[in-house]
Ligand binder design. Structure first.
Ligand SMILES: CCCCCCCCCCCCC/C=C/[C@@H](O)[C@H](CO[C@@H]1O[C@H](CO)[C@@H](O)[C@H](O)[C@H]1O)NC(=O)CCCCCCCCCCCCCCCCC
Length: 567
């Protein structure tokens, strides 16, 4: 999960206005403290983010509001727009993750479809922000600097465009999924089905604000010409409306939500001037309550002060899932198990050939480190070949979302190889290469091999950590990746790359598909022997890689080469 902490200004009341507070987002809980020193004394308040809805303020680029249900919300301001984006991504990733873990439990009685739509909507908002930011970054990297010199770095450019294309693809995929969900939701409340053509493409023509299909438009919904009832802004997805009828899962609400998603760019922000919060009454607001995954009219949403005596921990109860009482195996099942065990015995000899680890030519598990003085060092060729072979698994997983990862690792392997080829010195170990750059003072020059080895080390640490999580029994790949990311790469990444990570993780396969990718097509994943053998091989591979990386990392630390510029 993308955890985050730092100072945000929180709206307190009209007397005190915006006050700096220390916020911490961890494991799906957003807590805040008077200041960082107060963390030891416990939070002033905390909310579970899975039950909250985050809204960007359309006017103030630093501000966002967090609705915590029952019409309650609080407002905060980041230091700048980028910092706000970074919080939004962290909140969205936490929300997404919390929902994966416990979302359905907390909303057991609510419509699954609406829950999904709500999540998709949050994701779309996030991707939209990411797209904008990545486009600006791309533009920036294409502009010459003040000296008039061309500062285009082809490798950097291609990395950025690759990441942008991942974001675009995921955005479209999510939009497509959202449209399908809408269609299902609408059909289930009596709306017309998609036309065969739009069904095929997954997209439909977007009704404009004034032209929702006749019959779908509520007489109470705002008319575009009616200035007093314009949409307030694009991000809040909140409408002014005259209606006073609260209604969950209302056909009319679903249609207006559909319109909202599709019209993000055409929404009028004229009426969106913000009153600072405090106790503010916003009568007749038609809002999309994403946390509850339903869309409702709240007649009277009072915004409480987060610090008022009424503010509270809004951590919804989680229903424990009930255990099945039907776990005792029947005689037939016992027999079947015995038969499959016999089969497994006979398959045992084939198992060994059926795994990624035996198919690759170069494995970290087979690397023999080289003794130098008191230290063991890493043989260049063996290590780079093992890293290159690791990428084969990414090919097998097949998603384009992993392209930036492949490119990054491949790029570094190539840089290191080139360094070896261009230098008359014969480098036996990776450490030899770094020592050579240390002696010439070139470790920090652009495209140095020292830099490439450092990033390769970081990428592989991520992989090793991810695999260790699997070896330790984590069966949720997204969780394994997120845990690995938070302890290895996250500290080195800017919020844009963190966003790309959040997207790439969405393309992660499920556990069985991953195991299948590590096996041959004919492998029997159910077979216990196969599982044990695979587990042992994975363990061996991971431990070897961890040892090698830890030795390389010590070398970097000793030589003060580990630096922390955010990428
Ligand atoms: C199950 C597979 C899921 C994979 C999900 C992975 C998602 C990771 C997404 C991260 C995207 C990062 C893209 C690139 C970021 C770069 O900006 C960053 C910095 O680059 C460096 O910049 C330097 C300065 O200019 C430059 O000099 C240097 O050359 C360049 O590298 N790079 C990084 O942060 C490195 C990120 C690498 C991420 C590695 C992920 C590897 C995932 C592999 C998973 C497969 C595991 C299966 C293994 C099974 C084996 C048995």
């Amino acid at each position: 999960m993308l955890d985050k902490s730092g100072i945000l200004e929180k709206w307190t009341n009209y007397w005190l206005g915006w006050q700096p507070r220390f916020f911490s987002l961890e494991n799906g809980i957003l807590s805040y403290y008077q200041n960082e020193d107060e963390v030891v004394n416990g939070a002033k308040s905390a909310i579970r983010i899975s039950g909250a809805d985050v809204q960007l303020d359309a006017v103030d680029p630093r501000r966002f509001d967090i609705s915590i249900g029952n019409g309650q919300r609080f407002s905060v301001r980041a230091q700048n727009e980028q910092e706000r984006q970074s919080w939004i991504i962290a909140l969205a990733a936490n929300k997404q993750k919390s929902n994966e873990i416990g979302g359905l439990k907390t909303t057991i009685n609510r419509s699954d479809k609406n829950e999904k739509i709500a999540r998709k909507s949050t994701e779309l908002k996030l991707f939209c922000d990411l797209l904008k930011q990545q486009t600006f970054e791309l533009k920036d990297s294409l502009l010459s600097d003040d000296s008039g010199e061309d500062k285009i770095d082809p490798q950097m450019l291609s990395k950025k465009t690759e990441m942008l294309s991942v974001t675009c693809e995921t955005f479209l995929k999510t939009l497509n999924e959202t449209m399908k969900l809408f269609d299902v939701a609408k059909n289930s409340v009596g709306g017309p089905p998609m036309s065969p053509k739009s069904e095929r493409t997954g997209f439909r023509r977007t009704p404009s604000t004034t032209s929702l299909p006749t019959g779908l438009q509520s007489p109470n919904l705002p008319k575009k010409t009616d200035k007093t009832h314009r949409r307030t802004n694009s991000s809040n997805v909140t409408f002014r409306d005259r209606s006073d009828s609260p209604s969950c899962y209302d056909t009319r609400s679903l249609h207006s939500f559909h319109g909202a998603i599709c019209e993000l760019d055409t929404i009028d922000s004229e009426t969106s001037k913000h009153k600072p919060l405090g106790r503010r009454k916003t009568p007749d607001t038609l809002s999309l309550d994403l946390s509850k995954s339903n869309i409702h009219f709240s007649e009277d949403s009072i915004t409480p002060e987060f610090e008022s005596p009424n503010e509270h921990f809004n951590v919804p109860e989680v229903d424990e899932s009930k255990e099945s009482i039907n776990d005792v195996p029947t005689q037939v099942e016992i027999k079947a198990k015995a038969t499959s065990e016999i089969k497994e015995e006979t398959q045992e000899s084939e198992i060994v050939e059926k795994m990624f680890f035996n198919e690759i030519e170069h494995s970290f598990a087979n690397i023999k480190m080289i003794q130098r003085k008191d230290e063991l060092e890493l043989p260049v060729n063996q290590f780079l070949s093992a890293a290159a072979d690791l990428l084969l698994i990414i090919d097998k997983l097949g998603s384009k979302a992993f392209a930036p990862v492949k490119m990054d690792i491949n790029g570094n392997i190539t840089k290191i190889r080139k360094k070896c080829e261009s230098d008359a010195n014969k480098f036996e170990t990776l450490e030899d290469i770094v020592r050579s750059e240390l002696s010439t003072g070139t470790t920090k020059v652009s495209n140095s091999a020292t830099d490439a080895i450092m990033w390769l080390k970081r990428a592989l640490s991520f992989v090793a950590n991810f695999l260790a999580n699997i070896v330790n029994g984590e069966k949720n790949l997204t969780a394994a990746l997120q845990k690995a990311y938070s302890v290895t790469l996250s500290n080195h990444h800017s919020w844009v790359v963190k966003g790309v990570f959040a997207l790439a993780v969405k393309a992660a396969p499920d556990y069985n598909d991953f195991i299948r990718a590590l096996s041959s097509d004919s492998a029997n994943l159910e077979c216990t022997k196969f599982q044990k053998t695979l587990h042992a091989a994975l363990d061996k591979y991971t431990s070897a890689l961890q040892n090698q990386l830890s030795s390389l990392h010590s070398f970097y630390l000793t030589n003060n080469l580990e630096f922390n510029k955010l990428m």
